[in-house]
Design a protein around this ligand. Structure first.
Ligand code: PEP
Ligand code: MN
Length: 324
């Protein structure tokens, strides 16, 4: 109630609180369960907040419908399970409650869309999505790979669907929440689902990503939000959205380059072991030829492909020499 009251005071309208929490490790706090419904109802009654919780099974949905919860979400661990999603969808059939579907743990757009289709076929009309990032084995600062590119693909396919971002679970740590939230706004997405706790060090789950309501207020005030209604979609706004997409692609390009250089180092080790010279003219000719051919097929100019591949090759040779 302390957290809820403080959130209400900073102008938040919807209280998200997970009552049933599927957790990665047994023994982690798995939520208070059904008894928490009464607490959510109390927060709504006393503070006028709309209330939202995660459902994992038909029984959870029934309980929430019985209590008149305002909004439901399906968590990342559930979205990837078609049987559970179907069970939830069947139970929701004939009801008008809005449902948000988080992305599955792995970056599988079809699995995510499949969950949306199951709900939609069951008659759920108020559907939205929440991007919470994807499990990743890459060494990245955030706990999850945000997956902006996939988000853009989904947005392009379903431009009308409400699209939220959960920077808390993406980041895993509070210091990254601001930049991820701004990124979501720059991409023109619709809103944010952020975890907040009146006393983060005492939170029973994800303590390091909790913001106090005061910190949340400061973060929200600092965000630059573009207007997206069609009348105000000026040149500047659309160019910003396009640039945000370019930034996402540039990040991917750089990550690929890093992976490529890493393999170059391994190649250097292999050459060293077999006592082979670093620069091998035929290999480079072959690399360039096949890049030029792919470039032609992709409609890229020959001059550009040649210049880019030459720069990459030079860097690769430099990296290989360094690792000798
Ligand atoms: C949550 O929203 O509290 C949660 C557990 O998130 P996710 O399903 O994205 O891991
Ligand atoms: Mn959480």
């Amino acid at each position: 109630m302390d957290t809820a009251r403080a959130l209400k005071d900073i102008g938040i309208g919807v209280l998200r609180a997970g009552l049933w929490k599927p957790r990665t490790h047994p023994g982690s706090f798995e939520g208070v369960g059904e008894q928490g419904l009464a607490w959510l109802l109390k927060a709504r009654e006393e503070l006028g907040l709309r209330i939202c919780t995660e459902v994992v099974s038909a029984r959870h949905v029934q309980e929430c419908l019985r209590c008149g919860v305002d909004l439901l979400w399906i968590g990342a661990r559930t979205t990837g399970n078609p049987f559970l999603v179907q069970e939830i969808a069947d139970t929701l059939s004939g009801h008008d409650i809005p449902v948000l579907v988080k992305n599955p743990l792995n970056p599988d757009l079809d699995l995510w869309i499949g969950a949306l289709e199951r709900l939609s076929r069951a008659g759920v009309r108020k559907l939205g999505v929440v991007l919470r990032g994807f499990s990743s084995r890459d060494s990245i600062a955030y706990r999850n790979d945000p997956g902006w590119k996939l988000a853009i693909d989904l947005r392009t396919r379903y431009p009308e669907m409400a699209f939220f971002v959960d920077p808390s679970h993406m980041a895993g740590e509070r210091r990254y929440i601001r930049e991820l939230s701004q990124r979501a706004m720059d991409l023109g997405l619709d809103g944010l689902m952020i975890e907040s706790h009146c006393c983060p060090e005492k939170a029973w789950s994800d303590a390091s990503q909790q913001l106090t309501p005061q910190a949340l207020k400061e973060l929200l005030e600092g965000l630059v939000v573009r207007k997206t209604s069609s009348e105000s979609l000026s040149y500047k706004e659309s160019i910003e959205a396009l640039r945000a997409r370019i930034d996402v692609i540039d990040e991917d390009l750089l990550r690929l380059l890093r992976d490529r250089m890493e393999i170059s180092r391994q190649v250097a080790a292999c050459k060293r072991e077999h006592n082979v010279a670093i620069l091998q003219a035929e290999r480079w000719e072959h690399v360039l030829e096949s890049a030029l051919e792919s470039g032609r097929e992709l409609g890229l100019s020959e001059a550009a492909v040649r210049a880019i591949m030459t720069a990459i090759h030079e860097e690769s040779v430099r990296v290989q020499k360094l690792s000798l």
